[in-house]
Ligand binder design. Sequence first.
Ligand code: ATP
Ligand code: FE
Length: 335
Amino acid sequence: TIILGIESSCDDTSAAIIKGNQILSNIAANQTIHNEYGGVVPELASRAHQQNIIPVVTKSFSKANIQQNDICAIGFTRGPGLLGSLLVGTSFAKSLAMSLNVPLIEVNHLQAHILAHFIDDANPQPPKFPFLCLTVSGGHTMIVLVKDYFDMEIIGKTIDDAAGEAFDKIGKIFDLDYPAGPIIDKLAKEGNPNAFQFNKPKLDNYDYSFSGIKTSVLYFIQKEVKKNPNFIQENLKDLCASIQKAIIEILMKKLEKAAKDLNITEVAIAGGVSANSALRKAMQANHEKLGWNIYIPKFEYTTDNAAMIAMVAKLKYERGEFTDLRTTATSKYDL
Ligand code: ATP
Ligand code: FE
């Protein structure tokens, strides 16, 4: 089976071709227009998707060396995400499916982040069910118990900001470009993670909270800048290292608790923040300390990509789960 996957939920337009479980192409056009605004501007994102979608899809076919008539189905992100962005990919997928007369397959973007672990070159061996997946991205932060491909249970989630959002918002306080996550990761490498302490949330269950830490960083910076206007520039690397350490500790503590309580040692991470080097190191440490079998996605499968959409579409294709052409995009879409 050869399937085309299309992703347009936020600010990346992406198309990928999958053959079996093997990715033949995974093309993305990143939108840089949002950098100066400190976040994604929905109107600009939809427009950029319209500009990018044809070239991206065309390139995915040529890179894979596949003809349009060779594909068996088209998978697309139906949600969750920005509605205007989703509409572009959805409408395009519907039109192409109609013209090529192939089935249409809707994909849940969050399931896709998790099921990316089943792409051929993602892991030497895919995770075994049931496994835990810490799904951490710009819009979501949750611990998911994955019992089967399409049988997932959220056992804990953020009650306010997502972890990626915390990286991005705190980065904005430090005057960094959007998205600040990767920039903080890079600067943190040369900083002292113990230079500054920030209060961590106290929640009993497996839930997360990141708005408190953001506010405490804001107040701390305002206070210090009053005394020394160059405080941020002079301490940027230490600030990044310290904030990264705090966020990763918060994430890992709950994940460790869940793994212990449920007696599970198959543990994966997924989503944009799973690119973070400190999170990857913490996972590796638990592999050594707690005997976890860990699953860490390749960089190209961490942030938004169509390879993961094509992967889920392939699993649904095998199950004969097709979507009516009258379907509509949905900004909210439960796991
Ligand atoms: P969702 O998947 O919840 O709809 P999204 O698609 O916007 O949200 P992703 O593309 O999966 O999110 O991830 C983007 C987020 O990942 C951004 O918040 C970005 O800052 C963060 N991120 C990317 N790389 C890193 C990194 N190395 N360290 C920390 N955060 C990172
Ligand atoms: Fe995403």
